[in-house]
Ligand binder design. Structure first.
Ligand SMILES: [Zn+2]
Length: 237
């Protein structure tokens, strides 16, 4: 069963089959749409003169690292002021394991502990030479920060274009054991995250796909808000 959720939730709009929606053993896959209400910039925005889209390309970090890190510092400062919204918080309270395409760290900020960040995150810097991972604070110590362990230049902790996503094997394990899949704020156009969806479809587990108004839908689907009892009872929908 695949249920699309868009627009503001209301019991009348919810299909009666949603009563089978499980409340435990869920796994959530999230993307940029879940963070919209938190006021984060999107890839179409420009920061410190650099289109965000370019910061996800490896060339700028090789060829213009000074400019890239200047933009990085602006972004990290801005991101640190952002707060998780009701969708992040509801997932954290329900202890739903999360597979996210986001690098904003808002799931962890909300208190979620089981989080797979497929595309890495902003709060860390990495060393490709020795594999070290460090806090983003190092980006303020030098115009181009270097690795405290081996002295090589560091790079951002998020995945750049052409690189493999992280922890996909663990994400597959989670989805393979889930009794329900909650997809929030992503079109799942990219592989391999699309394959996680296909896996859940193949297992025939219920899927709720939240396209917009995540901050309303997610608490609702987790039974926190609205007429959740009637939502899950076919006789009253
Ligand atoms: Zn190193």
């Amino acid at each position: 069963m695949l249920y699309y959720c868009s627009g503001k939730p209301s019991a009348k709009r919810v299909h009666r089959h949603l009563w089978t929606w499980p409340k435990s053993h869920l796994v959530a896959i999230t993307g940029a749409g879940i963070s919209v209400e938190s006021g984060l910039p999107t890839v179409d925005d420009t920061v410190a003169g650099i289109p965000l889209r370019r910061l996800f390309q490896p060339t700028i970090w090789r060829e213009e690292p000074l400019a890239a890190f200047r933009a990085y510092r602006v972004i990290v400062s801005e991101w640190r002021r952002k707060r998780p919204n009701r969708a992040h918080l509801a997932l954290a309270r329900a202890e739903v394991p999360i597979i996210t395409q986001n690098i904003d760290g808002l799931h962890r900020a909300a208190g979620s502990t089981r989080v797979i960040e497929l595309h890495g995150n902003l709060r860390e810097l990495r060393c490709d030479a020795c594999g070290g991972i460090f806090q983003s604070d190092l980006a303020w110590k030098a115009p181009i920060p270097t690795c405290p362990t081996c002295g090589e230049f560091l790079r951002p902790g998020f995945v750049l274009e052409g690189e493999e996503v992280r922890h996909i094997a663990r994400a597959v394990d989670w989805v393979a054991e889930a009794r329900g899949l909650l997809i929030v704020g992503t079109e799942l156009q990219m592989t391999p995250v699309r394959e996680l969806y296909e896996l859940a479809r193949g297992r025939n587990v219920p899927i709720a796909w939240v396209g917009d108004h995540a901050e309303d839908w997610v608490p609702y689907l987790l039974g926190e808000e609205g007429r959740s009892h009637s939502l899950f009872c076919p006789g009253e929908v």
